[in-house]
Design a protein around this ligand. Structure first.
Ligand SMILES: NC(=O)c1ccc[n+]([C@@H]2O[C@H](COP(=O)([O-])OP(=O)(O)OC[C@H]3O[C@@H](n4cnc5c(N)ncnc54)[C@H](O)[C@@H]3O)[C@@H](O)[C@H]2O)c1
Length: 455
């Protein structure tokens, strides 16, 4: 791989590089969700002139009015960014004015558990006519290795009205080209231990000039950019990180099931193992995977692997173990109720926590949704409490249409089921007031009570 001093930059790239270094560059961010909005704010704070693009007119209106629609982002942060020149729009023609364009659109799975790249495709098609000579386009959405080169680049070239081509084949062209790179987002929602700025940013360009431009851009907002040799390496890096988490979570989930049978407290075991100063990183069991990343991203790789007649067995096995966890929770609720001479049919159950992990306002892929549906199918009457969600609309399969129940008179419920260990809950008070508690997160750690069933 070339290092920055070895990259030969043509005039058009040198101009962009200078603007990126001086932070006078204009940056367009497409997709103003959990990734794109905080990224836009970081860029604006650093002095870049940022324009956010989204197809959701409601989000654009909110931002233009100086308001946030993500709980952990304060209105004041949007107002501050607006004072720095941040603006949002649904008008893609304004992409033509940008020095760099960052794509932060969703990459979910479809109903057959296969990559749904329609958001990336639609964005590329909408952006292509407005790409200009010397511009840098960076894909940030998590995806399988090859997406940038096989999908994004052809769509951008085909739709470009000026006939521009992505710079490639080792030719540092002086005209007629734009630059493309991939740089994965590594945000960990709710994690307050590492400042976003201190998370190194991995960058892989279609060729070395693109890598250099993208790395320079990110060095304006992150403490460190990690240059890799290609877009594929950058794409695969993100997947390795998420597969590593997915497989390790599956491992502790499986060991939890065994430990429950053996009467061993798996959380105590993990805490003890974590005292080893090398070679062990703790992962914790739970009621199932949630969020936009860990339950989804690994399957982008298993899908792509089939093209190479390759079976990603670790990913498949981890998926199988993790996806079985909600059913395991339901089984434990049934067993716990049974011990109290109650049947699941007709049981009144209060679920604590809808978010897929603690202290965040993100419901995507949350196992709580699956567990509610499974409990209801067995005839339980389920209500929930979550300070982050006053209401919940659609679940996995049904419209749940629920509102958060106040945390009062807990003894009217046959069972209180802890699905998310939000910090704000007073677990001691909850245990005291409830008849029966099923705890999937070890939130009641240190509280000794016959009423608690940990699973
Ligand atoms: N949320 C996370 O913590 C996280 C962390 C790392 C990586 N990622 C990855 O980042 C990507 C974005 O995730 P997110 O959580 O920000 O998603 P999100 O759903 O919160 O936001 C995506 C935004 O893109 C907009 N959008 C969709 N199609 C569009 C189009 N054609 N043109 C313009 N805007 C469009 C949507 O309206 C939405 O505002 C995904 O690939 C995800 O896997 C997310």
């Amino acid at each position: 791989m070339l290092n920055s001093s070895q990259v030969v930059l043509p005039q058009i790239a040198r101009q962009r590089l200078a603007r990126l270094q001086a932070r006078s560059a204009r940056i367009g961010v497409i997709g103003l969700g959990y990734v794109g909005l905080p990224l836009s704010l970081l860029l604006a704070q650093a002095g870049f002139k940022v324009t956010g693009f989204d197809i959701d007119a409601r989000k654009v209106e909110e931002l233009q009015a100086g308001r946030s629609y993500i709980l952990r982002i304060l209105h004041a942060e949007i107002e501050g960014a607006r004072r720095q020149g941040f603006t949002a729009t649904t008008d893609f023609s304004r992409l033509a004015d940008q020095d760099a364009i960052l794509l932060c659109v969703p990459t979910p799975l479809n109903e057959h558990h296969e990559p749904d790249l329609s958001f990336v495709e639609n964005t590329a098609k909408a952006a292509a006519p407005w790409v200009r000579e010397g511009q840098l386009v960076v894909l940030e959405s998590t995806t399988y290795p090859g997406t940038t080169e096989e999908l994004l680049v052809p769509l951008l070239e085909a739709g470009n009205t000026q006939g521009l081509k992505v710079q490639g084949n080792g030719v540092p062209a002086e005209s007629g080209v734009f630059y493309v790179a991939f740089s994965p987002e590594r945000e960990d929602p709710g994690n307050v231990t590492v400042a976003r700025r201190d998370i190194p940013k991995v960058v892989g360009g279609h060729e070395a000039i693109a890598t250099e431009l993208a790395a320079t851009l990110y060095e304006g907002i992150f403490a460190r950019a990690v240059r890799v040799s290609s877009t594929r390496v950058a794409e695969m890096t993100k997947l390795l990180e998420n597969i590593y988490r997915c497989v390790n979570i599956a491992l502790v989930n499986e060991l939890k099931l065994l430990s429950l049978r053996m009467g061993v407290d798996i959380w105590e075991v993990i805490d003890a193992a974590a005292t080893k100063p090398f070679g062990f990183q703790p992962f914790y069991p739970g009621p199932g995977l949630g969020g936009h990343c860990i339950p989804i991203d690994p399957f982008y790789l298993s899908w792509k692997a089939r093209e190479y007649d390759f079976n990603t067995r670790f990913i498949e096995l981890a998926g199988e173990v993790n996806e079985a966890m909600p059913a395991h929770v339901v089984q434990y609720v049934a067993i716990a109720l049974n011990q109290h001479k109650k049947s699941m049919n007709g049981a009144r159950i209060l679920m604590l926590g809808m978010a897929y992990k603690k202290d965040i306002d993100d419901l995507r892929e949350s196992p709580s949704l699956t567990v509610i549906e499974l409990l209801r199918e067995l005839g339980a009457e389920v209500v929930y409490n979550d300070p982050y969600f006053p209401t919940v609309g659609r679940g996995r399969h049904y419209n749940l249409n629920m509102s958060s129940t106040p945390l009062t008179n807990l003894d009217r419920f046959d069972c209180v089921l802890i699905m998310t260990d939000h910090t704000d809950y007073d677990y001691r008070a909850i245990v005291n007031e409830s008849k029966l508690i099923v705890d999937t997160r070890n939130a009641t750690k240190g509280i000794a009570s016959e009423k608690i069933v940990r699973c």
